[in-house]
Design a binder for this molecule. Structure first.
Ligand code: NAI
Length: 306
């Protein structure tokens, strides 16, 4: 872990106007949290229908927050929701949105070429001071940044799902990221009410670098039928919840994350470092993905869902 905040961090660039590209699970969550902490947010996606759905989702999520936080002051709660929603605008034109932004944060599909094309395009349109950041889970930030001429103003901001609930943000600086940019991203994460940690641009940063090999070893353990008499994934899930205090067992967690995502991450890391035993593929995981069993989102993964 290379960096801490510089001593001049308190004076780092202020991020007020944010463009978030990708109105899916992550982008909508980040937009909500940024808007709720007083930032002006433009949420960008490819079509109006997706954006409408994203804003509806934000409103629903805010209602749940307000139900708890403003239980005895419903009017103040409604006022808060309206104030937050006023901070969110939407657009299908990433280029024009970026023109008025201090930060462009990308949360689109996990595909290197598509992310590079997006940032390469925006690099020509965004003002010089605008910082670019990616929410990628598994791709090297430096590979994404290489499509731009602002690698000093490019970093990673890795949020966790569901964004409004999860406190952590991994702030990733590449070897080219300037200290000023890193400080600005770190401070921005704090302004969102999150706890940032500093990471190097290495596969999986901190959390996924530990979590994904752990889940993969649980799957391999299940495949090998080692360690336990009845040989069930249920036993492993129970053991890790009750023995290690994890809120979900590894099979429940991988169904929640998505088995397709797990496989995508594993395949990418394994291609880069095929001799690393931690990145050994699992036949069972590959089979489930080939059958379209991606976990909760498709109704079946390791477990079945109604
Ligand atoms: P998602 O599939 O829910 O949303 C992606 C959105 O991006 C979609 O609405 C899609 O229409 C839009 N999009 C795709 N290409 C676009 C383009 N060129 N311009 C504008 N919009 C575009 O995906 P999700 O889960 O929100 O993930 C987004 C990113 O966040 C990925 O890089 C993923 O690795 C990362 N991430 C995901 C986490 C998760 O638990 N789902 C956790 C942390 C990071």
């Amino acid at each position: 872990f290379c960096r801490g905040l510089s001593s001049s961090a308190v004076r780092s660039a202020v991020i007020k106007h944010v463009t978030i590209i990708g109105g899916g699970q992550m982008g909508a969550g980040i937009a909500q949290v940024a808007a709720a902490t007083g930032h002006s947010v433009t949420l960008v996606d490819t079509c109006e229908d997706i954006l409408k759905k994203a804003v509806k989702g934000i409103e629903g999520s805010l209602k749940r927050v307000v139900k708890k936080k403003y239980a005895d002051k419903p009017e103040a709660g409604e006022e808060f929701i309206q104030k937050v929603l006023q901070n969110v605008s939407t657009s299908t034109d990433a280029g024009s949105a970026a023109q008025g932004s201090d930060l462009v944060l990308e949360a689109i599909v996990e595909n290197l070429k598509i992310k590079q094309d997006l940032f390469g395009h925006l690099d020509k349109l965004a003002p010089a001071h605008t910082i670019f950041a990616s929410n990628t889970s598994s791709l090297p930030i430096s590979d994404i940044a290489s499509s731009t001429d602002r690698q000093d103003r490019f970093g990673g901001l890795h949020f966790f799902n569901p964004v409004p609930m999860m406190k952590l943000v991994e702030v990733i600086g590449t070897s080219a990221t300037s200290q000023e940019t890193f400080d600005a991203l770190f401070n921005f994460s704090k302004e969102l009410g999150k706890t940032p940690v500093s990471c190097k641009d290495t596969p999986g940063f901190i959390v996924n670098r530990l979590l994904v090999p752990y889940i993969m070893e649980a799957i391999r353990l299940h495949e090998r039928g080692e360690c336990f008499c009845h040989g069930s994934k249920e036993d492993i899930d129970i053991a890790m919840k009750l023995g290690a205090g994890y809120p979900m067992g590894p099979f429940e967690l991988s169904d929640y994350v998505g088995l397709d995502t797990m496989k995508f991450i594993m395949d990418g890391w394994s291609a880069k470092d095929p001799d690393n035993l931690l990145f050994t593929p699992s036949e069972l995981l590959n089979k489930l993905v080939a059958e379209g069993k991606y976990g909760k989102k498709t109704g079946e993964g390791f477990y079945k869902y109604k």
